[in-house]
Design a protein around this ligand. Sequence first.
Ligand SMILES: Nc1ncnc2c1ncn2[C@@H]1O[C@H](COP(=O)(O)OP(=O)(O)O)[C@@H](O)[C@H]1O
Ligand SMILES: O=c1ccn([C@@H]2O[C@H](COP(=O)(O)OP(=O)(O)O)[C@@H](O)[C@H]2O)c(=O)[nH]1
Length: 219
Amino acid sequence: MSAGTSPVFESEKVTVIYVLGGPGAGKGTQCSKLVDAYSFCHLSAGDLLREEQNRAGSQYGELIRTCIREGTIVPMEVTIKLLENAMAAAMKVKSGEGWTDGRGRFLIDGFPRKMDQALKFDEEVCAASLVIFFTTSEETMQERLLIRSQTSGREDDNIESIKKRFRPGTYEEQTMPVIRYYTSFRKVVEIDSTGPVEEVYEEVTVAVSKFFSTQKNLV
Ligand SMILES: Nc1ncnc2c1ncn2[C@@H]1O[C@H](COP(=O)(O)OP(=O)(O)O)[C@@H](O)[C@H]1O
Ligand SMILES: O=c1ccn([C@@H]2O[C@H](COP(=O)(O)OP(=O)(O)O)[C@@H](O)[C@H]2O)c(=O)[nH]1
């Protein structure tokens, strides 16, 4: 793909919602709940990268492993291609089944983490219609990640990697410009994710239902 080409998926036919927030903010938890209620396909950029990392013969395995361990961002070409492929595969499987209105619905979780990723994905794959942005304190996120580490088996759910993911420059300087950019298009819904899961989910469903009602789309 080169600059100036149309996106692979038209935003008239495919709804993309980015789900952002710091590590441990609750993105994955809320996305899982939304999948059943609204027939979304949930694509976690981190999960796709971990899958690719473990895929036998992947040329990116070592690169991904290092980035995830160090809390740095994998080169966007890799992540965007994985997302695009996963979207194409879901479109084949789900159209006619889960998506009775014929439109694809994707929750893209943990992406874009940087402005260049956002611009490239919007331009070349599909323009996002909405951004759900979860906020809570760093202390809450760290506590949650430590609890998650007891069962997740994730290589980055350990105190060293957690500290690296919160070091200055990683989140505030890279991801916040993405939030400010979409805010300028009135696409951001910010939700405080400090409370219990069900309480946060109530706010999420209000935002998503409102979004679909303005899209004149059946839910
Ligand atoms: N509202 C919440 N209250 C308490 N714990 C939560 C809440 N949301 C998520 N968790 C827990 O916190 C951890 C991180 O949540 P997760 O959804 O994986 O975050 P993220 O995808 O943003 O990294 C998980 O163990 C999850 O069960
Ligand atoms: O678009 C992305 C999403 C994730 N990651 C990497 O994957 C890790 C884990 O991301 P994930 O979203 O799974 O975890 P979370 O931040 O929600 O705990 C990050 O620290 C990055 O190293 C990345 O490079 N690009």
